[in-house]
Design a protein around this ligand. Structure first.
Ligand code: GLU
Length: 490
């Protein structure tokens, strides 16, 4: 077992956003680096120039930053690190490809006119797979013929020569030992005829140069791994450890896709999920702490995370569970953190007041104490706060049903009694409300609905007595009396 400090990486291709699966991979790498005091590298795999752009990269960086996944290294000196970009390392891949040709592990392939098929990696391969025919390659051409073709600038790919026999085996921290027969692996392209590396080459060169000790990535890369192991071996460098994490499925057990809802983590941000909940939720997609505990802060996850807890079975993305977890985190977050998360939502709803940064902060904190239990998403906070700070708009159906002439009388009585209450706190208010209902001979529940509709114009609100306490005496009296005036004559 190596005792070298752990070095891990997240290596997304820039697709314009950080999707749930990628975010989970990034998180697992980050958690392991943070737990072991290792190094977490971010590397943007942008060698597909047509698909890559700054905007594409920004989408990934936004997702990483929202989740708090900081990386430790980058090419530039000073300031916050930029990630590594493969597009800045093309010469290095070309040099390694040439080195592999020189060492006899790879060869020039001039068969550009041969019929081609696209593999899953987008790599073009002549339809010679299986025959292992080397016609028109540097394996069968003479040195002079090769030199002449090179001098003429004839297009050619560089292909790795997979041993015809034997097995390529690697241990996987999640799945145990995995092996592939070499006879089933084609001689794969490492450098395309346009001079660009394929994924297999660039990923291995980078993981080698960046001294990555542990590769944690999606299950979909298992079939790529033997080719990469062969490359490490050909280069004579240590093979990193591998941990392939299971796929994420939708609730219908099909691979998670747009059909199931948002797949970009920033869409969840836009839906009012707090990053603390997203991190917690993603961590449990395929990893288990080995106990029933479900709620974790990022710091607790860092303490607990290990590769042994990753399950080999596929993980199911349950949106209801995410919403539940979001509510739990909204309840647990420190006031200042919750306010920072809720602020843009309050601004958007026209409810943010500068005083919330000053003298009205304690009031906002008290209001949030009432609103947190009902907030499944951040948008529920302005939704609940609006009726407390804006003039009441009455829901006609709630008025018709609850603000009857009889109730109007009791509401007037309640206002009189509240006005003389020595201590204006929720328990005392509760006594007065219940006492008023009893004295008036109406059911407490029905009376409380009438009070609620007076206070907020509708039949839903946070805890009634706490709401009255929060609104304060004057505002509560004004609202209760206005409610009484709404009542229809008997
Ligand atoms: N760019 C690859 C991807 O996005 C990286 C795979 C790997 O981690 O090796 O899937």
């Amino acid at each position: 077992m190596s005792t070298a400090p752990l070095r891990v990486r997240f290596a997304p291709s820039p697709t314009g956003y950080l999707h749930v699966g990628g975010a989970r991979t990034a998180l697992f790498n980050w958690l392991l680096a943070r737990r072991t005091g290792g190094t977490f590298v971010l590397r943007i795999e942008d060698t597909d120039m047509e698909r890559s752009s700054d905007a594409m990269v920004q989408g990934i960086l936004d997702g990483m930053s929202w989740l708090g996944l900081t990386w430790d290294e980058g090419p530039q000196v000073g300031g916050p690190h930029a990630p590594y970009f493969q597009s800045q390392r093309l010469d290095r891949y070309r040099a390694v490809a040439a080195q592999l040709v020189a060492s006899g592990h790879a060869y020039y392939d001039y068969r550009t006119a041969a019929p081609r098929t696209k593999t899953a990696d987008g790599e073009e391969t002549p339809d010679t797979f299986g025959t292992k025919s080397y016609e028109d390659t540097s394996l069968t051409l003479t040195a002079d013929e090769v030199a002449a073709r090179e001098a003429a600038g004839m297009p050619r790919a560089i292909r790795f020569r997979v041993p015809a026999e034997g097995r390529t085996v690697f241990p996987d921290a999640v799945h145990g030992e995995i092996g592939f027969d070499n006879a089933g692996l084609e001689d794969f392209v490492i450098l395309r005829s346009d001079g660009y590396p394929t994924y297999h080459l660039s990923v291995v060169v980078d993981d080698m140069d960046m001294q990555i000790t542990q590769v944690i990535r999606g299950d979909d890369h298992i079939s790529n791994t033997p080719k990469q192991v062969l490359l490490y071996e050909a280069l004579g460098v240590p093979v990193p450890g591998f941990a392939h994490v299971p796929l994420i499925l939708g609730p219908d057990k099909k691979r998670l896709s747009k059909r199931h809802g948002a797949t970009s983590v920033m869409e969840y941000s836009a839906q009012g999920i707090v990053p603390e909940a997203m991190v917690n939720f993603l961590a449990l997609l395929g990893w288990s702490p080995g106990t029933d505990q479900e709620l974790f802060s990022a710091a607790e996850l860092v303490e607990r995370f290990d590769l042994e807890g990753i399950s080999g079975g596929n993980a199911v993305f349950n949106p209801e569970k995410l919403e539940w977890m979001n509510n739990q985190h909204i309840m647990l977050l420190p006031d200042d953190v919750l306010i920072a998360h809720a602020r843009p939502w309050l601004v958007e709803a026209g409810l943010w007041r500068d005083a919330y940064d000053g003298e009205a902060r304690p009031w906002l904190v008290r209001a949030l104490t009432l609103l947190r239990p009902r907030a499944k998403r951040l948008g529920d906070i302005p939704e609940g706060l609006g009726p407390l700070v804006r003039p009441v708009t009455f829901d006609p159906a709630a008025v018709a049903r609850h603000l009857t002439a009889e109730m109007a009388q009791h509401l007037e009585t309640l206002a009189e009694r509240l006005a003389v209450l020595p201590t204006f706190d929720a328990p005392s208010i509760e006594q007065v409300v219940r006492g008023t209902a009893e004295a008036g001979g109406v059911k407490a529940g029905a009376f409380m609905q009438a009070v609620r509709v007076s206070l907020v114009g509708r039949t839903v609100s946070p805890g009634l007595f706490e709401t009255i306490e929060l609104l304060g005496l004057d505002e509560s009296l004004a609202r209760i009396r206005a409610g009484a005036r709404q009542a229809q004559p008997a």
